[in-house]
Ligand binder design. Structure first.
Ligand SMILES: Cc1cc2nc3c(=O)[nH]c(=O)nc-3n(C[C@H](O)[C@H](O)[C@H](O)COP(=O)(O)OP(=O)(O)OC[C@H]3O[C@@H](n4cnc5c(N)ncnc54)[C@H](O)[C@@H]3O)c2cc1C
Ligand SMILES: NC(=O)c1ccc[n+]([C@@H]2O[C@H](COP(=O)([O-])OP(=O)(O)OC[C@H]3O[C@@H](n4cnc5c(N)ncnc54)[C@H](O)[C@@H]3O)[C@@H](O)[C@H]2O)c1
Length: 460
């Protein structure tokens, strides 16, 4: 039995930062990782996909060079081996950075292997039993396979195995038209694959407002991504390189022939093999660990951070979980999950930056709100860049004049959205932003102008 002050299971987006704070506070720590340091974001999520998105953008702009008066003598070709090598280098550097950071922490023992609870204060890893009064679970999640007949016996890819693909698929069929599916769909189309997205809901990214879903669908279709919406997969079959996807829908062919199949239909938490029963830690019916507003589980001395607690599904929510736990534990600062404002981006091109409520959510919450919209075709900077697709939408509470939310689909909007987010955190009325002098020429300069166009939702 090895005794520690704290054990951290998983080195995703919360664990390493928490380890650093606990180490600084003089605690004796054990950090356990079963696979790659840095977890999903670093190895199979945000970082490698955004590196691939950047290569796809370069290919796209090279194809569009003539629009800008630039002549490319000869064919624009994408070297998939080099695209992958660039992605691997960026992701690998980040992984080794996390590993050396954690290994370099004072009083920190790093163990590699699968951790499993054997009691409320004990964990076993590789035959060794560790004990601590504080245990932090940061085990993340993995791709969930939907119950499609034939999937078990058909070769298919997930976001993880996509990282090993170094060839150009002739026809990539993506099941699932949400964040993961759409980022891969657009990038592979830009690399030169034929791409079909099969989504069972009647529209893409169905958590977003209908106008956003429609605009994203139009952008993707213009680039040649085929969309099969309201389409249930009745079966998949085939072998490496030759896969048949049978689809039940009112429009389009009932069968799609694919060279590669990517399943992007959601994720599940890595809690099924963690021995949570032995510790008495409760989960919900989907396996997410139940936590309170300070990320404490039902068992004293055990916390759950990141994707595995179901309170967020992003790198920034996992990191914010670390900040909340550290603030409560070490700084006597009662930060809570409820303090945070939902925010995320979809990294299609142009990106979608989201903060706060959608219109559907505002209506559901019974809010009386004002709304302003502006097409990117009326944003000077976007026009100058030749990237004027999409539109921006801001919602404001008609009573207290605070910003309720924004959906910004356009060039640079993954950055622009933070202007909105910070005013929301400041709990300031929108007038503060409306009177701010923004810099010309930027996309952000139009936010104050838009706020001058606010109208009651029904009249907009
Ligand atoms: C394709 C894709 C793209 C994404 N893009 C974005 C994006 O652009 N922006 C964004 O904010 N989010 C993005 N996400 C989501 C983001 O990656 C996750 O929300 C984030 O990584 C969650 O971090 P985490 O700390 O909860 O867990 P993870 O990063 O999943 O880390 C968990 C770690 O725990 C380890 N582990 C699991 N079980 C055990 C065990 N029993 N013993 C020991 N170790 C264990 C795992 O090996 C892993 O290293 C993306 C996700 C995917 C899949
Ligand atoms: N840019 C980002 O921040 C980013 C990027 C990628 C992933 N992520 C994270 O990863 C999580 C998972 O993303 P995701 O896109 O896999 O899942 P998701 O839960 O967002 O969407 C799954 C989609 O698959 C569809 N679907 C489910 N079963 C289906 C079936 N049998 N046939 C056809 N369609 C089906 C659903 O209707 C839905 O549209 C997200 O919640 C997000 O937090 C974030």
């Amino acid at each position: 039995m090895h005794d520690y002050d704290a054990i951290i299971i998983g080195t995703g987006q919360a664990g390493p930062a928490l380890a650093a704070r606990l180490s600084e506070a003089g605690m004796r720590l054990a950090v356990i990782e079963r696979k790659f340091f840095g977890g999903t974001c670093v190895n199979t999520g945000c970082i490698p996909t955004k590196a691939l998105v950047a290569s796809a953008y370069a290919a796209h702009m090279a194809h569009r060079a003539a629009d800008f008066g630039v002549a490319i003598q000869g064919e624009v070709a994408v070297d998939m081996e080099r695209v992958k090598a660039r992605k691997d280098a960026i992701s690998g550097k980040s992984r080794s950075g996390v590993e050396s950071w954690v290994r370099g922490l004072a009083n920190c023992t790093v163990l590699q292997g699968h951790a499993r609870f054997t009691g409320p204060d004990t964990v076993v890893v590789g035959g060794e039993t560790l004990r601590a009064k504080r245990i932090f679970i940061n085990v993340g999640g993995r791709a969930a396979a939907p119950p499609i007949p034939g999937l078990d016996s058909t070769p298919y890819l997930t976001n993880s195995s996509m990282m090993d693909v170094s060839e150009l698929p002739e026809h990539l069929v993506v099941i699932g038209g949400s964040y993961i599916g759409l980022e891969f769909a657009q990038m592979y189309r830009r690399f030169g694959s034929r791409v079909t997205v099969v989504e069972m809901a009647p529209r893409l990214i169905a958590r977003e407002d209908e106008d956003i879903s429609a605009a994203v669908a139009e952008i993707l279709e213009k680039e040649g991504v085929a969309l099969r919406l309201g389409a249930e997969c009745t079966s998949v079959s085939g072998r490496e390189g030759s896969i048949t996807v049978k689809v039940d829908c009112t429009r389009g062919a009932p069968e799609i022939a694919a060279s590669h199949l990517l399943v992007a239909t959601g994720r599940r938490p890595n809690t099924d093999d963690l021995g949570l029963d032995a510790a008495g830690v409760e989960t919900d019916e989907r396996g997410y660990i139940t936590v309170d507003d300070q990320l404490r589980t039902n068992v004293e001395g055990i916390w759950a951070l990141g994707d595995c607690n179901g309170r967020g599904a992003f790198t920034h929510t996992a990191y914010n979980d670390f900040e909340i736990v550290a603030a409560n534990l070490l700084d006597d600062d009662p930060r809570r999950v409820d303090d945070r404002i939902p925010a995320y981006c979809l990294y299609t091109d142009p990106p979608l930056g989201r903060a706060g409520m959608s219109e559907a959510e505002a209506r559901k919450a019974g809010k009386r709100y004002l709304v302003a919209q502006r097409p990117m075709a009326r944003v000077g900077r976007a026009v100058e860049k030749g990237e004027a697709l999409g539109f921006m939408k801001i919602l404001v509470d008609a009573g207290d004049r605070r910003i309720l939310g924004a959906a910004l689909l356009g060039v640079g909007c993954d950055e622009v959205v933070h202007t909105i987010l910070d005013v929301m955190y400041a709990k300031a009325p929108y007038d503060v932003m409306q009177r701010a002098m923004h810099i010309h020429p930027t996309v952000s300069e139009l936010l104050p102008t838009m706020l001058g166009d606010l109208k009651p939702a029904d009249a907009a």
